[in-house]
Design a protein around this ligand. Structure first.
Ligand SMILES: [Zn+2]
Length: 216
């Protein structure tokens, strides 16, 4: 082995030792780190806690309504990290109880699920005029605005008024003259002049005729 290779091997050995010896980065935890999340070493308990909380946030925003391509790829990277780390933990962590192993496998499976949903609904940048109606008053236009991007069953739209997350809303596609029942999945600062929100369309498979567009 050359000197260069030897040095490289020594470095690799050193970094392997460091990673197995490192401690959980959670404040005052001090347990041995067994996984990482966004390069943070974490013990199994804190890994589980942080990963499941962030996964829940990710699900809450709905795969269909992620704001843009960057957010979409960040979410996919994060999800694949959860999948590989949980799989690794379930397979190789020492003294893992059966219920802990099940928890990790469950986390891994939900991450895979969300990841599949995100991949199934690619986003398309499009400015389409839409009218929004509150479900409590479906005859009066609440806001006339436009989309930032769309997916088959969702949209990210500009908004200047305040909406609640989880609120039902009617969205009308002015160009196609159709209306769908939708639900707000996330909202940026309520009432901000350049606010946006993600909408999940509930009763239409392909509200914007995206499939036709791609078929052309
Ligand atoms: Zn910890």
């Amino acid at each position: 082995m050359s000197a260069g290779k030897l040095a490289l091997a020594a470095t690799m050995l050193e970094s392997a030792r460091q990673s197995t010896d490192s401690k959980c980065s959670w404040a005052a935890c001090g347990s041995t780190a067994e996984a990482t999340l966004s390069r943070r070493p974490l013990c199994r308990l804190h890994f589980y806690e942080i990963a499941s909380r962030r996964l829940a946030e990710c699900c809450g925003r709905f795969a269909e309504t992620l704001a843009n391509e960057g957010e979409r790829s960040a979410a996919l990277t994060f999800l694949s990290e959860i999948i590989s780390q949980t799989t690794n933990l379930a397979a190789s962590a020492k003294y893992l109880s059966a219920s802990q192993r099940d928890q990790f496998l469950e986390l891994s499976m939900s991450a895979m699920d969300v990841s599949k949903r995100i991949q199934r609904y690619p986003r398309t940048e499009a400015q389409i005029l839409v009218m929004l109606y509150r479900s409590s008053d479906p005859t009066r236009v609440c806001e006339s605005t436009r989309t930032i991007n769309i997916s088959k069953r969702g949209a990210c739209v500009e908004t200047r008024i305040s909406w609640d997350v989880g609120e039902n809303v009617w969205i009308e596609n002015s160009k196609l003259g159709r209306r769908a029942l939708a639900r707000t999945a996330w909202v940026t600062k309520a009432g901000a002049t350049n606010g946006a929100m993600g909408i999940e369309i509930l009763d239409w498979e392909d509200f914007w005729d995206l499939e036709q567009k791609f078929a052309k």
